[in-house]
Design a protein. Structure first.
Length: 284
């Protein structure tokens, strides 16, 4: 009886030979077995590597099986599918087909819970915004607060924490861009959660050239697994929140000195470790 390894080798050998046969029929390689062998083998293993490098995206049924009976609510792990359903007439017309395999779920109740969730920070939360004027980048530091609820472990595609940045140079918020970081379920987390960062390049000199010192307002909008709005800085998010800060930019040196203000807490402390300047809620 062949072992799993032998079976695997036979399968790969068969696939390579099949690729060689197709390569030999290629007029450009006709009569050159070495070239045919090289092209076929390279093509096969390139596809094999590419397939292995792409993490698996769990289906709604697989997510339900993974989280059923845990503390993760259904309107959390099914949120990506609910978002897709809202923007897809095909799914909206036949939700049962899209959510096949989870017939025991009351989709109406799940959808209602999802629609009634606004700025929930139970799973992720913005901690601070950092500006590095030398590198020319804005950084949002966020805290992943739970060990599960992120659409799978590290062998899967997991999910993403999206952050959109907005800057008010004096005439209202302007959208600067969106960046993101991958997150996954993990075994254990520190009591205080796990910090992760997202970075967006920003050109301060273009906005402050030939100007004196000025203050600008920066807003970061965090949204789990769904990119936040790129047209409305006040658009609500389901899982996530927004955080504001005010930055004083020195026109002469183009160095930012923060006078930060969070949208939530009122007492702030300052950490000015060059070159990055940061602010956060005063630690307890």
């Amino acid at each position: 009886m062949a072992s799993p390894i032998d079976t695997c080798v036979v399968s790969i050998d068969s696939a390579v030979r099949d690729s060689i046969s197709r390569a030999r029929r290629n007029s450009d390689l006709a009569g050159n077995d070495d070239h045919a062998l090289g092209a076929a083998s390279s093509n096969y293993f390139e596809k094999l590597t590419d397939s292995a490098s792409k993490p698996m995206q769990l289906t709604p049924a697989e997510l339900h099986e993974l989280y059923d009976g845990t503390t993760v609510p259904q309107h959390r792990y099914l949120a990506p599918s609910l978002t897709a359903a809202v923007h897809s007439p095909v799914i909206a017309l036949d939700p049962a087909k899209w959510f096949a395999g989870i017939e025991d779920v009351d989709l109406s109740s799940v959808a209602a819970a999802w629609l009634n969730t606004n700025s929930n920070t139970e799973y992720e939360q913005l901690k601070r915004i950092e500006l590095d004027p030398d590198a020319g980048q804005l950084t949002a530091v966020l805290t992943v607060k739970q060990s599960i609820g992120y659409c799978g472990g590290h062998m899967t595609a997991g999910s993403r924490e999206f952050v959109a940045f907005w800057v008010d140079w004096g005439s209202g918020f302007q959208y600067m861009g969106t960046t993101s970081a991958a997150v996954h379920d993990s075994g254990r987390l520190p009591v205080t959660g796990q910090e992760t960062s997202v970075v967006l390049p920003i050109h301060l000199s273009r906005q402050t050239e030939n100007e004196g010192a000025k203050t600008v307002k920066v807003r970061a909008v965090l949204s789990w697994n769904t990119p936040p709005s790129t047209t409305n800085p006040n658009a609500p998010v389901v899982w996530g929140e927004s955080l504001d800060c005010t930055i004083l930019i020195s026109g002469g040196q183009k160095v930012a000195v923060p006078t930060w203000r969070s949208v939530a807490p009122h007492s702030l402390w300052f950490s000015m470790s060059a070159p990055a300047l940061t602010a956060a809620p005063y630690p307890a």
